[in-house]
Design a protein. Structure first.
Ligand code: SF4
Ligand code: SF4
Length: 338
């Protein structure tokens, strides 16, 4: 990434963080799915199919417009494999036109010099690729050996920030692979992070002693900003619950291919309201509601967004929220009767 573009991005990030600290009334990060289809079938993944069609560009743009109108700061395009969407460049361009930071999560398979140059032109600012192992196996083909050539292309041509995420847990056979991946990423000039893989319902699998050791080594190699923001991972690696306030459904939004708002990829169905009908009332309810799955949650990006508000606005249980809602309705009825 060119130095001038990197500095501009850092300034924009700083202004988005300041805005998020001053006001809690807008989404900070949205993950948007323009396509559920994927070319791979990772053993731990519950976020793909092999048959669905790409969502029409105009529909995706209208969802981006709604996110921009809600004041969203960052939109990350995810999947399935979003690089399979034939109009991905226009999607990214539209995020930038609406003044938001444009990110992409991909399995890396489709990067060629020509494709990377098109993403530069579209205005992509962040890319994350997760690499699960060194050699492909029955759990995952997101492997360093298969992707190394793609990483070299990215190192040479990408004018956007590239982060390589390695993973530990969840059936990954050789924990040492995470260290090999992180070292290679650093060598090529990328930032690195490490994630603990969740099981099929998004909750924690405790790490073995060897995994814990590698996990700490990879963290040391990685992106210092992320390491500072990911305190929760130390508790999770120890198999201990972590106390935090998940603001999913408000500060973080997950928009599926059907245009519904969900808490996150692992809690689809809640609240399950169409984005086009999402109001600040929905936002406030989700912002203030405690999530049952928070103590063992491993989703890094939602934790990072949560840090912005962890120091304010304690949350209430769904039961307390329902009671308050009933109280408000009763007062409303009395006023109407009057
Ligand atoms: S590449 Fe990503 S979306 Fe596709 S199956 Fe693997 S983890 Fe799931
Ligand atoms: S705590 Fe939040 S981000 Fe984590 S699984 Fe639950 S709803 Fe999703």
């Amino acid at each position: 990434m060119k130095k001038s573009k990197f500095l501009k991005l850092k300034v924009r990030e700083a202004s988005f963080i300041t805005r998020a600290l001053i006001s809690s009334k807008h989404p900070v990060l949205a993950h948007l799915i323009p396509m559920r289809r994927c070319n791979l079938a990772c053993g731990y993944c519950n976020e793909y199919d092999h048959t669905s069609k790409p969502i029409d560009l105009e529909i995706v743009k209208s969802r981006l417009d709604k996110l921009a109108d809600l004041g969203t700061s960052i939109v990350t395009i995810s999947g399935g494999e979003p690089m399979m969407h034939p109009e991905l460049d226009q999607v990214i361009h539209h995020i930038r036109v609406r003044g938001m930071i444009a990110g992409l999560i991909s399995n890396g398979y489709y990067f060629t010099p020509e494709r990377i140059k098109r993403l530069n032109k579209a205005g992509l600012e962040y890319l994350q690729i997760s690499i699960d192992n060194v050699e492909p196996d029955e759990v995952s083909r997101k492997s360093l050996r298969v992707l190394d050539k793609k990483l070299r292309y990215l190192s040479e041509y990408a004018d956007f920030h590239v982060n390589i995420n390695s993973v530990i847990g969840g059936g990954i056979k050789n924990p040492d692979d995470a260290l090999t991946v992180a070292k290679r990423a650093t060598e090529l000039g990328f930032s690195t992070t490490v994630g603990v893989i969740h099981d099929s319902d998004g909750t924690l699998k405790p790490l073995l002693a060897k995994e814990k050791d590698i996990f700490q080594q990879v963290k040391k190699l990685g992106n210092k900003d992320h390491a500072r923001l990911n305190w929760f991972q130390d508790s999770i690696a120890e198999g201990k619950p972590y106390n935090w306030r998940c603001r999913a459904g408000a500060r973080y939004l997950y928009i599926c291919e059907d245009g519904l708002v969900h808490w996150c990829s692992q809690q689809r169905g809640y609240p399950g309201i169409p984005l086009s009908e999402y109001t600040m009332e929905d936002f406030d309810r989700e912002y203030n509601t405690e999530k049952w799955c928070a103590p063992t949650c491993t989703l890094q990006c939602v934790h990072q967004v949560g840090i912005l508000d962890n120091w304010r606005d304690p949350q209430k249980t769904p039961e307390q929220m329902a009671k308050e809602q009933k109280g408000r309705e009763a007062v409303g009825e009395m006023v109407r009767a009057d």
